[in-house]
Unconditional design. Structure first.
Length: 186
């Protein structure tokens, strides 16, 4: 069996010892598993995919779901009655299309972490609000669960035609065949 020598800094030794314990005493297995995860994550990033985490309604409350995807587009518009709809479409790393739809009160858009991130401050106000509200109100929405969210995964972009506004679908079609990352030689 081939051998590789890894030199470990003394301050990193507790990390290696913990990994070995978690792997049932087999440090090689822990290192190999860690390297597999690292290579997969780097390959995804280099191909333009990012880890996407969404919260969806399940009928029994909110549930968190995660996948690797590249955002193709986002569309926000008022749906009437003081509510707003947010549509996000991702191309998944397996070539499918994921539609994330949220319907919420108009005031709640200002609590949306993606709104804050789009403004470039990393979602800090949202994170502070979430921590406070979860501690004192028991959840992030003082509106009594008035947010609806769902994730729909389909094999083709055309399958989303009836799920999104027509203008948004046209924009998605125009961008669907473009590469996830466009390398510029400038």
């Amino acid at each position: 069996m081939p051998h590789k020598t890894i030199y470990v800094a003394e301050e990193d030794l507790p990390l290696y010892e913990r990994a070995q314990a978690l792997a049932g005493g087999n440090l090689s297995a822990a290192v190999t598993r860690g390297l597999r995860c690292f290579v997969e994550m780097e390959d995804n990033h280099r191909n333009g995919y990012h880890e996407v985490t969404v919260r969806v309604n399940t009928g029994y409350g909110m549930r968190t779901q995660r996948f690797w995807g590249a955002l193709l587009g986002e569309w926000r518009h008022p749906s009437g009655s003081g509510r707003v709809e947010v549509f996000r479409v991702y191309r998944t790393r397996k070539g499918q299309f994921a539609l994330y739809v949220r319907r919420m009160p108009e005031w709640a858009i200002w609590l949306d972490p993606e709104t804050w991130r789009a403004w470039g401050n990393g979602g800090a106000p949202w994170d502070q609000w979430r921590r406070w509200s979860e501690r004192w109100l028991g959840g992030p929405w003082p509106s009594g669960g008035s947010e609806e969210a769902q994730l729909i995964v389909v094999a083709t972009l055309d399958a989303l035609r009836d799920q999104v506004p027509p203008e948004f679908f046209e924009a998605l079609q125009a961008n669907a065949d473009r590469p996830t990352i466009e390398e510029l030689d400038i």
